[in-house]
Design a protein around this ligand. Structure first.
Ligand SMILES: [Zn+2]
Length: 251
């Protein structure tokens, strides 16, 4: 079987439109949330298609000259979270979006467990997935996550292989929607005829689809969904379900 999974970070307002489109296409996905930051509103400054700087609303001045172009970076408020994400996998992204490689192991565990507790209370389910804020991981953060019962943790680098890595505590993405060759890569996945299970994790921040540039917009998101949805040989599910299914067939 082939498994195609969307993986989104930060719990942003754009996720509502993303979920509307995913539901139309009968696709699963995973959303990595920071439970201590629900409802926080900022602007995100970008150069080209790269979001590089978050600015608090109080400091944002539309008229001030800047080389950056700005879009909203609004996190969904707590009272809407369960409604928005039910039916999808929610995973941890730390309580406060911290770079774990700069934290002691104890602080890593605190950040992850705080997020897990809150999310599992809200969704009445165990939280076992994770995405590293800023994509940063090391041996100590991996150990900390394992102690928290995390079974997979996404990093920011990408792989050309469709074979699920054996160490899922450093899970690479297969593609970022903004990668130049993303459509070729997805087509190669669709055309591939391997005997083994295959895995394609595609990453995005919801705000990127609001850039409305040629390379980053909701039409592109829909086009990617159209390519892979509704096929007998591709299961479009949550990241956690894809990994569990592949690990089970490898046993
Ligand atoms: Zn993030």
């Amino acid at each position: 079987m082939k498994y195609f999974t969307w993986n989104f970070d930060d719990g942003l307002e754009e996720d509502k439109e993303i979920i509307r489109i995913l539901k139309q296409n009968n696709m699963g996905a995973t959303f990595n949330l920071n439970s201590s930051l629900f409802g926080k509103r900022k602007m995100i400054g970008r150069i080209g298609n790269l979001g590089i700087k978050e600015v608090p609303l109080e400091e944002y001045d539309e008229k001030r000259f800047s080389l950056l172009k700005y879009s909203i970076h609004y996190r969904i408020p707590e009272d809407e979270i369960v409604d928005v994400y039910s039916g999808f996998e929610v995973a941890s992204h730390t309580a406060e979006h911290v770079n774990l490689t700069k934290c002691s192991k104890e602080e890593c565990i605190r950040q992850v467990q705080k997020d897990q507790r809150k999310l599992s209370e809200m969704f009445q389910t165990e939280i076992t997935g994770f995405a590293y804020p800023y994509g940063r991981s090391n041996a100590s953060t991996k150990e900390a996550l394992k102690e928290c019962g995390i079974t997979y943790a996404r990093v920011i680098n990408s792989t050309d292989s469709f074979c699920l890595v054996s160490d899922t505590m450093e899970l690479p993405m297969t593609g970022w929607h903004l990668q130049k060759n993303i459509f070729e890569k997805i087509q190669r996945f669709i055309d591939s005829e391997s005997e083994e299970d295959e895995f394609f994790l595609i990453f995005a921040h919801g705000y990127e689809f609001d850039f409305n540039t040629k390379e980053s917009n909701f039409e592109k998101f829909k086009r990617i969904c159209d390519m892979v949805a509704g096929r007998d040989d591709i299961c479009c599910c949550t990241t956690g379900d894809a990994i569990t299914a592949i690990k089970n067939t490898r046993k």
